[in-house]
Design a protein around this ligand. Structure first.
Ligand code: GLY
Length: 313
């Protein structure tokens, strides 16, 4: 029998205790994953998730999130949420309270309001400063009353879209990934992000796309991805890793195979964290050493676990 545990990316580490607290009080693994991701969304420190996330090209912070239950294969996801902080909890409500799997923008806002969520200003002084620091050519002299939407709209219309795209580096991304497993082997995966910094308005990455940034199935394991979402969307990386495990590969070999296929696309990089059905954990990165953070129900603080680097052939 597995000791109930959570794993997360580095930005999740300070919040894992929150999910473990939920488990200790008898909450489900889904409750624990949601609580952990919520903690990150509320924190102004993460820089790419929830409050104080990275703005898009119009200076608006648009959040994407998803949650998946490996026991039932039920999922909930939201995209382009700019008025509420707890994207993961809105995604959970989509999963639990609607016949749908994915709501975006105005529809997601309308749903959040109906569900009783409170609107919140997502910008912090830090996110405004960050946006100025990352401002594109032609955006250098920002008005003091930023975000001045009209100014940005005009500038965006004048922008050479290909030049802008080249400026989006892999560093302009950040996501939180959390995976939990309970003593009965039930797996839940939660993912939340403000997406690629300076993204085009309306851009949705892999985080809320089930199969790309998030996937789990109690029979095999769970995977969550971060990095360039456009890459994992093309290969449905989270799903394909589970599929390779289903076909008999070990978790590590499944990830190596999937990441080598991403390298072949030559269009950016990504990372993942994963668990298998036996409670083994791993993380992987395409460009540098990787690690993830583990905390079980008996631990008082998370422990860093080294992962693998998957290089191209
Ligand atoms: N992986 C997060 C994103 O591309 O938005």
């Amino acid at each position: 029998m597995v000791k109930p545990f959570l794993i997360g990316t580095r930005n999740a580490a300070p919040h894992l205790y929150r999910g473990i607290g939920v488990l200790k009080k008898g909450g489900s693994i889904i409750d624990a994953v949601e609580a952990t991701v919520s903690g990150i969304e509320e924190s102004t420190e993460s820089g790419n998730v929830g409050v104080g996330g990275s703005p898009n090209i119009l200076g608006v912070i648009e959040l994407d999130a998803s949650i998946m239950d490996g026991a039932t294969m039920k999922t909930g996801a939201v995209g382009c949420v700019s008025k509420y902080c707890h994207a993961i909890s809105i995604a959970r409500k989509v999963m639990d309270c609607t016949p749908h799997a994915f709501l975006v923008a105005d529809g997601a806002h309308r749903f959040a309001k109906v569900m009783g969520f409170k609107e919140l200003e997502l910008h912090t002084e830090r996110s405004k400063t960050l946006a100025k620091a990352m401002a594109l050519d032609g955006y250098k002299s920002l008005p003091d009353d930023w975000p001045n939407k009209e100014y940005y709209v005009t500038a965006a219309q004048e922008l050479n879209i290909h030049e802008w795209y080249k400026k989006l580096s892999d560093e302009h991304q950040g996501t939180t990934n959390v995976i939990g497993m309970d003593s009965e082997g039930n797996i839940c995966v939660g993912v939340s992000t403000s997406g690629t910094s300076m993204k085009f308005p309306g851009r949705i990455g892999d985080s809320p796309i089930i199969g790309a940034g998030n996937y789990c199935d109690n029979r095999y394991g769970g995977v969550a991805c971060t990095g360039r979402g456009e890459l994992t969307i093309r290969r449905l990386t989270s799903r394909i890793i589970i599929k390779y495990m289903e076909d008999g590969l070990s978790m590590e070999k499944a990830i190596i195979k999937a990441f080598k296929e991403l390298h072949a696309l030559k269009d950016g990089s990504c990372q993942c964290i994963a668990v298998d059905k036996n409670g083994n954990t791993i993380s992987a990165n395409m460009t540098r050493a990787s690690s993830h953070f583990y905390m079980d129900i008996d631990m008082t603080e998370p422990k860093e676990r080294q992962g693998i680097l998957v290089e191209p052939d």
